[in-house]
Write a protein that binds this ligand. Structure first.
Ligand code: G3H
Ligand code: 13P
Ligand code: ZN
Length: 316
């Protein structure tokens, strides 16, 4: 069942983080639902502008509605990832999305507030909640490239003013992560003190961590052994997720890791079975492997086994 992001956040806040997983196609959608159902975990489905361009927004919605019929016990929210103004407005108007992200983090502070406020007003009028971003991650976000050394962390004092003036419902904070498979050249460099300071100033307010794929090293090694070339790929230490959750991080965004599972499965399949040309063979393996990956991730997020308790709170 599609539920509100607000309800999921309320249940998770301070206890665990919801996995927010991106989908682009049928196999990802199937693996995602299978994994979360086996975990008995609530989750967030994220749709990016890139995903809406890759297929068609109606195809993505239809897949989600159908998955909802196949797995009626699932509890999840549907979220626009890194929306611009036009896409956020479109999603709000559609009535399908539980929440939208407006990402104006590349704009000056006041302009970011102004754009976010506009989306918040439109969203709240339709019962949709809004995630905004303050500070900038490194790496590549949609079409905006930010050099790692230029990325700046969220300023906790600015965060308070931003939340008050923009009216946003959750805040994506830059604490040293970046999007993609190449997050760190050296150590982890995660700035939990930033999160801690923001939580002190905004107690009870849900925070979001982007760029949180862990880029498993065994996955990278298998991809490279099967003909890939991912040199120096490195991700976030997922053992930090529970600590982040206790500090108010309620949603943790993961996309790249799913792509790595896809890449490994297909590279190994075509290396090992060169005579095959049936897409269903690696597709089937991918769905099972992705489901397994999701289950492991939910354990680290602390969302495993929470489904029944969420269901109870929805009834009250
Ligand atoms: O933050 C970006 C997400 O991983 C979505 O990626 O824009 O390539 O779909 P995408
Ligand atoms: P990763 O690239 O680390 O998976 O981050 C995804 C993300 O932040 C989507 O918004
Ligand atoms: Zn992101």
């Amino acid at each position: 069942m599609i539920v509100t992001t607000k309800d999921l956040f309320k249940h998770a806040y301070g206890k665990y983080a919801l996995g927010a997983y991106n989908i682009n196609n049928l196999e990802q959608t199937m693996g995602l639902f299978q994994g979360n159902m086996q975990s008995k975990a609530p989750f967030m489905i994220q749709i990016s502008r890139g995903a809406r361009d890759y297929t068609d927004k109606r195809m993505l919605e239809a897949m989600i509605r159908t998955a909802d019929e196949i797995w009626p016990d699932a509890l999840f929210a549907v979220h626009l990832d890194h929306g611009d103004e036009a896409t956020a407005m479109d999603c709000i108007e559609s009535g399908f999305y539980s929440s939208v992200m407006i990402d104006a983090s590349h704009e000056p502070f006041e302009k970011n507030i102004e754009i976010t406020r506009k989306i918040v007003d439109a969203a709240h009028a339709k019962g949709v909640v809004v995630e905004a971003e303050l500070g900038q991650l490194g790496g590549v976000e949609e079409d905006i490239s930010v050099d790692e050394d230029k990325a700046h962390l969220t300023d906790p004092n600015q965060a308070v003013e931003f939340v008050e003036k923009s009216g946003c419902d959750s805040l994506a904070c830059a604490i040293g992560t970046s999007h993609g498979a190449y997050k760190f050249t050296g150590g982890q460099g995660l700035h939990f003190e930033v999160i801690e300071e923001i939580q002190k100033r905004l107690p009870g307010f849900p925070l979001v961590m982007h760029g949180s794929s862990s880029v498993p090293q065994d996955e990278v090694a298998r991809i490279n052994a099967a003909g890939g070339s991912l040199k120096g790929a490195k991700g976030v230490d997922a053992s930090q997720f529970k600590k982040a959750a206790e500090l108010g991080v309620t949603k943790i965004n993961i996309d790249t890791d799913g792509r790595l599972v896809w890449c490994r499965v297909h590279r190994e399949h075509f290396r090992d079975v060169p005579e095959n040309f049936d897409l269903r063979k690696p597709g089937k393996v991918f769905m099972a492997e992705y489901a397994k990956y999701i289950m492991g991730k939910n354990d680290l997020l602390g969302s495993t086994g929470r489904l029944d308790s969420v269901r109870k709170t929805l009834k009250t």
